[in-house]
Design a protein around this ligand. Structure first.
Ligand code: NAP
Length: 295
């Protein structure tokens, strides 16, 4: 059996079409254009490519979008003042600070300075708390994208054994939390593995749905999964460069071997990545609508 490939690229395209129509409608009916600022500190090549992709998508969707580049040696209080400026700017509905930040800047302080109403990354503790309780909020983009992929691919999550490998604040913990909630794409029985888990393979072999966000190339091998599993591979590992200098990417699972056992699997690239960016856009549209009092 060869797995169905869950294409994040295709699902993201579908959601972007829906968003484009929504952007046109709120512009026409309410005179509001969703505004997104992405703040980049320094010149980390991976961060530059993420921010460029976010800006390109925002532009394609008809957003008012600003790319704000700041030098590596910007002082923490200067960055906080910049965020305050955008918090008070009515043409901006979403603020994204690209992580990681240089070591001399306290990341939490910066993320907490973003108004929860403009926190389209969903990292502010107000939004994290609301998410855990199950209240309406900005969901973090990667876990939100994973949920959308599962729902739109018709994967049954209710009653499923879900195993998450990784417990980071941006992927592992929130996706585990969302999948156990009483809602569409939830109602699962969730296990979370990390580096102190005694026998990760014991858990991954039980999974009906396996979500891997370990940041280790091909750490999940075919002997660690059961026949018919649905695999969501969040990992993005740069394992080399093409002769043209383009990064060669691979996920956290051994895609070629596991696709022969799985019912469905996401590729890397073209899986979770495009969904993450798209959910950022969805959150920005939501922020603009809330600003305009539409919902
Ligand atoms: N496609 C996207 O849009 C997107 C978005 C975000 C992240 N990512 C990618 O997803 C990956 C994970 O990102 P992250 O930010 O969540 O990473 P992270 O903060 O480094 O967390 C990795 C987690 O995996 C656990 N882990 C590592 N090796 C393990 C192993 N062998 N067995 C079990 N658990 C293991 C770690 O456990 P401990 O807590 O015990 O250390 C940690 O909880 C990275 O490759 C990242 O680039 C992709």
């Amino acid at each position: 059996m060869s797995a169905k490939i869950i294409s994040g690229t295709e699902i993201a395209k579908q959601i972007r079409e829906e968003l484009k129509a929504e952007v046109a409608e709120i512009k026409e009916k309410h005179g509001v254009v969703p505004g997104l600022v992405t703040i980049l500190v320094g010149e980390n090549p991976a961060s530059i490519s993420y921010v460029t992709a976010k800006q390109r998508t925002a532009h394609d969707l008809g957003f008012h979008s600003i790319q704000d580049n700041q030098p590596d040696d910007i002082k923490e209080d200067e960055l906080l003042s910049l965020i305050e400026k955008y918090n008070n700017d009515d043409s901006i509905h979403g603020i994204l600070v690209q992580l990681p930040l240089p070591k001399h800047i306290d990341e939490s302080k910066v993320l907490y300075a973003i108004s929860p109403d403009k926190d389209v990354d969903g990292f502010h503790p107000v939004n994290v708390g609301k998410m855990v309780i199950g209240e309406k909020c900005f969901l973090p983009c990667t876990p939100h994208g994973i949920l959308e992929m599962l729902v739109r691919s018709g994967v049954e999550t209710s009653g499923a054994e879900v195993v998450v490998v990784g417990r980071s604040n941006i992927v592992g913990k929130p996706i585990a939390n969302l999948m156990l909630q009483k809602r569409e794409g939830g109602n699962a029985t969730v296990t979370v593995c990390h580096t102190r888990t005694r026998d990760t393979a014991f858990h991954t072999r039980r999974a009906d749905i396996l979500i891997v966000a370990a940041g280790r190339p091909k750490v999940i091998t075919a002997d660690m999964v059961k026949e018919g599993v649905v695999v969501i591979d969040v990992g993005v590992n740069r394992i080399g460069k093409t002769p043209e200098g383009k990064a060669i990417l691979c996920g956290d699972v051994d895609f070629e071997a596991i696709k022969e056992k799985a019912a469905a699997i996401t590729p890397v690239p073209g899986g979770v990545g495009p969904m993450t960016i798209t959910m950022l856009m969805k959150n920005t549209v939501q922020a603009a609508k809330q600003f305009a009092g539409i919902e």
